[in-house]
Design a protein around this ligand. Structure first.
Ligand SMILES: Nc1ncnc2c1ncn2[C@@H]1O[C@H](COP(=O)(O)OP(=O)(O)OP(=O)(O)O)[C@@H](O)[C@H]1O
Length: 260
């Protein structure tokens, strides 16, 4: 199944790209010569079997790991040697960077705290709650975007697992990322939450690029415009889901089933 063209709201253009990206751990080459183009207003999936190098590519793109070779460009700027906090400030945000939900705070306060972070990597705990009041409108907007209006004043610890993950996405969106990287956003979720989070990702990708590692192939088929398949650190195939799922090498290497 291909994501319908009418889902594309803004002109796609490359916002994040990698060329010849490689990473060795000692003698082991975990990522080999990877070229990637991530486009604005699109959801791009990175898939592949366990150990294919997906997390390593994420860590390279967000600068948590330094590449052994290759280059990375974000919004026209070479970020190959830029620090993770600087690339976060430039708009490349990975969900776990700020995904710590404070269990004792309400949904609203979690989002307000996220909104006052300068770059998602630190929090000014000494700010009085009153100083956060000016953030209420934006916080409520985000809470509405992710569908947490009913839980606005609930304590985060009381939310279900799925709703907590949704709150994490809201706190990530508080940084207004231009490129959002999500590592297995559906992991551990039930069908209903998967539907909700799929809708949120579809919605937020109308105005930004999303790159996600995802094992759930029906989610990939449902919401991803572009799919890159990694195997043993190398790109095996690329294209829309309909194309890569028909690729015999992909079926053999990764999906291996008739219904993939
Ligand atoms: N810090 C490290 N030191 C040594 N080897 C590593 C390191 N990080 C990852 N690797 C190896 O690199 C390869 C790719 O790992 P990576 O975690 O990127 O794969 P993945 O596709 O994310 O896998 P999974 O789907 O299981 O999370 C694996 O063989 C892994 O053991």
């Amino acid at each position: 199944m291909a994501v319908p063209a009418q889902d594309l709201h803004e002109e796609p253009r490359v916002v994040l790209s990698a060329r010849g990206l490689s990473k060795s751990f000692g003698a082991f080459l975990a990522v080999r010569d990877v070229d990637l183009d991530i486009e604005h207003a699109r959801v791009h999936a990175l898939i592949g079997p366990n150990g294919a190098g997906k997390t390593t590519v994420f860590n390279l793109l967000t600068k948590f790991l330094q590449p052994t070779a290759g280059s990375i460009t974000l919004l026209g700027t070479d970020i190959t040697k830029t620090s993770p906090d600087k690339v976060a400030r430039m708009g490349l945000v990975r969900s776990f960077q700020i995904s710590a939900v404070f269990p004792h705070l309400t949904v609203l306060d979690n989002v307000r705290v996220a909104l006052q972070r300068p770059n998602g990597l630190s929090t000014q705990f000494w700010l009085p709650t009153s100083a956060l009041d000016r953030l209420n409108d934006r916080a409520d907007e985000l809470i509405e975007t992710v569908g947490l209006k009913r839980e606005r004043n609930a304590i985060a610890a009381d939310l279900s697992y799925g709703r907590k993950r949704v709150l994490e996405i809201a706190t990530t969106l508080a940084l207004d990322p231009k490129v959002l990287l999500l590592d297995e956003p559906m992991a551990g979720m039930g069908q209903e939450d998967i539907g909700t989070v799929s809708n949120i990702i579809r919605e937020v990708a109308k105005t930004r690029a999303v790159l996600m590692v995802e094992h759930n192939l029906s989610v990939v088929a449902d919401i991803c415009h572009q799919v890159t398949v990694l195997q043993r650190g190398e790109i095996l195939a690329e294209g829309d889901y309909a194309t890569v799922s028909k690729d015999e090498r992909v079926r053999l290497a990764y999906m291996g089933t008739e219904d993939a």
